[in-house]
Design a protein around this ligand. Sequence first.
Ligand code: ARG
Length: 573
Amino acid sequence: MTHLVIHELEGRFCDAIREAFNLEVSPQVVPATHERFGDYQANVAMGLAKELVQQTGKKTNPREVAQRIVEKLRVSDLAENVSIAGPGFINVTLSPRFVAERLGNMAADDRLAIPKVECPQRVVVDYSGPNIAKQMHVGHLRSTIIGDAISRVIEFLGHTVIRQNHVGDWGTQFGMLIAYLEESNLPIDSHIEDLEEFYRAAKARFDSNPGFQERARQTVVRLQGGGERERMLWQRIVEETRRHYLPIYERLGVKLTVADERGESFYNDMLPQVVEDLKKAGLAVESDGAIVVFTSGFENPLIIQKSDGGFLYATTDLAAIRYRIQVLGAKRIIYTHDSRQAQHFAQVFEVARRAGWADGVSLEFAPFGTMLGEDGKPFKTRSGDTVKLKDLLDEAEERAFSLVSEKNPALPEEQRRQIAKAVGIGGIKYADLSKDRISDYVFSWEKMLALDGNTAPYLQYAYARIRSIFRKGNIEELPGEGLELSAPEELRLGKHLLRFGEAIESVSTELKPHHLCTYLYELATRFTSFYENCPVLHADEPTRSRRLILCSLTARTIAQGLELLGIEHPEQM
Ligand code: ARG
């Protein structure tokens, strides 16, 4: 199996350091901070020099350390130049021959020579989590998009991803909703068209009518006690909500299905045991009548049972962690949710760890910021309401359709609609994924649908343009061999192509899809300057074929990258 270039280099450096100093330390190989220094650099010398001073008591100069490493470094098969710079950075420049050879491997492999991990894990990704009887809002949109991209990437690397949609389908509000549904006498085969409206009406009745309030309370008790009629009405409300969000997943091209749904209600029967076990472990204590667990760093403890006996959001999450580890076999559990839930997850993780439920399991919260309007305030409609996802997606497709029609009026409407869907939905998703998820981000229609800049349409266009080269040239087969990189733009493009795996790997470890976006954007930019400077179809053989290999690899990489982000790539734009 071939390794990513960066890991190959790490290995070589480890060998050299072992030979020179008889030490096992990380060589700290990273991509070069600037192209003019080379392609990769090892930053180990500075730290190692300090360590040697401590060990030997003798002053050691980091440049000398670097020199001794370089003397032992065997990289002539892959590098054309190794140099020491500044205080002791070791810079490595790959040789064009090696790059060409690796690109050949990439071209010959369906996976573009991205290796699968050696030790696949079972990974649970908890994302989306809409609430029953409420519309999905833009916060759920971010969770859905980011969680889906992360899942795809981790899966591509060879892990088993278990998607879990932790829908909010339990709680006291169901008493009110069921009682209201009963009152409203909706025929059994009819739908609740506007859930928001239904919820509001139920709430208004609850707030103003004590008799109804009492009925709602009794209903919850019957529901939680397993009442059949209540359970049936509850089921109906759950299905009505599903009817609203499944089409949204479908339109977003998100991989969540009903089978991934494991809502709060699923854990209901496990909650008393969770509290019991935490009490036994000496973690849960009584405080003001409630059962709580104190955690480090937070003033407020985690409440797991209210004084009236009711359980909470946190109790359910604790049960879910245990289930995911013990039953689903998860070794890594990832939650992509709003950063406002940071304290909740920090406390839940700590309790699970201290209870000994999560030994050897990595619990990771990958938070995201708020989507803001162009006025810098949380994204709302003009009238100040929360934006319904459906309306947002409709508008994206409409706007994209006008753009596509303007650019390409000759295409049949059917095809323009298809492209508009890819561009509009892709635009929304990419705008979100391309920003560091930690920060809030400003939602702007103009920016996200722009044909230049770090946008979905730019990448989709780059892909379609390459495909059109192949259509124009009537090219079906490519020579597998004989790649050579002579023009500087060819080499720059080729080197970047080889770094696709690094981008994917960093998404999987840091859970930040924007690394992949930045990579793809840079790839498209390098392709553009290659294409401007190096004629392809008009070049003489063998140059023509060599350049076509680069074109094809670029298109395949963009396509694969967009697929990992869950974004379509039409053949034509
Ligand atoms: N339903 C929650 C919300 O709307 C999101 C669920 C997050 N997942 C979890 N395991 N708590 O905020």
